[in-house]
Ligand binder design. Sequence first.
Ligand code: HEM
Length: 350
Amino acid sequence: MVPPKDARPKPVQWLLERTDPGLPDPIAPPSMLRVDPPAHTRYRRLVTKPFNHRAVEKLRERVLTETDRVLVDLAAMPAPELMADFAVKLPVAVIGAILGVPDDVRPRLADWGTSAAPLLDLCPSWPAFRTAISGLEEGAAYFAEHIEALRRAPEDNVLSDLIANGGLDDRELLTNAALLLGAGFETTANLLGNGIVALQSHPEQCELLRADPTLWATAVDEILRFDSPVQVTARVATCDVTVEGQDIDKGTVVLILLGGANHDPAVFPDPDRFDVTRPNAREHLSFGSGIHTCLGANLARMEGTIALRALYDRFSEITLDVVPARRPSVNMHGWAALPAALIEQPTFTY
Ligand code: HEM
């Protein structure tokens, strides 16, 4: 078996090799994202159950409660900013619950997740790289202690179950906790932010959703297709292979442009049209495919549907105050800030 290569450019690998080797890099082995079977099968089996359909349904109440809490705060703010005050807060609360992180540490979780996002880029800037590494260092120190605390006093959460199961050593636990944080938070925050911008720029699609709320599930898939939170994934060819007439040598790193595939006119007619009734919206590749397909897809869809619907149910008017600008990260595709004016539904009661 060919060991999975690092798809990042040589200078980035060189820098990473010179950082603390104890750091839990969410996209380097033993992260499940970067290992092949049999190690991948072992990790995936251990963490699949907490993310299956039934387990995600059990998290529904939590997502509804957290959404409500976030929206109550939002309604009371004189100058809400929909990335920091909405899109980031909900996924952090949910991933915090999954990892058993207390409420007062959540703002730090958000900082670590956001600062680590540029590491998924092909060429992060030097300042972004340094910020990401210090975020990883802080996060690693916190999680090493947190894992020890959960080992001594187990709680009712996914990380505690993984520790109690005993199937992962400390390094595997730390790296895969970092992966769950990195993969589960920034992506979902960008799904929510990208959704708001798509809906605000297509008011007629908003009207369709207000008239028929059953369309929300399809709308979330259309948002994922139209403006994909993860633009690129990668694979290493384990043998010489020809794909669509293109020869790929064994060992070659292949970058897969998920965002591009999601605009393939052969699959999605008129692909640049945002259409919340698109019959095959769910066929997008935003969660990847194959054995590494996103573990949190059910959860992300559920969070996206509940949160966006609740936002548009509660506020009859949402106006973005500025033309939004993109975050500096290329792969993790989202908006930097969405300052907005919000007007509550006249009939809305607490
Ligand atoms: C809109 C939200 C999300 C998007 C767009 C997304 C996207 C992705 C993508 C593109 C991959 C790589 C798939 C591949 O290379 O084939 C992935 C893997 C993964 N995602 Fe997500 N993700 C999201 C939310 C989540 C959440 C909420 C969690 C968990 C809490 C999560 C956990 C993971 C894990 C653990 C992997 C690695 C799976 C493996 O290697 O077997 N993701 N995700």
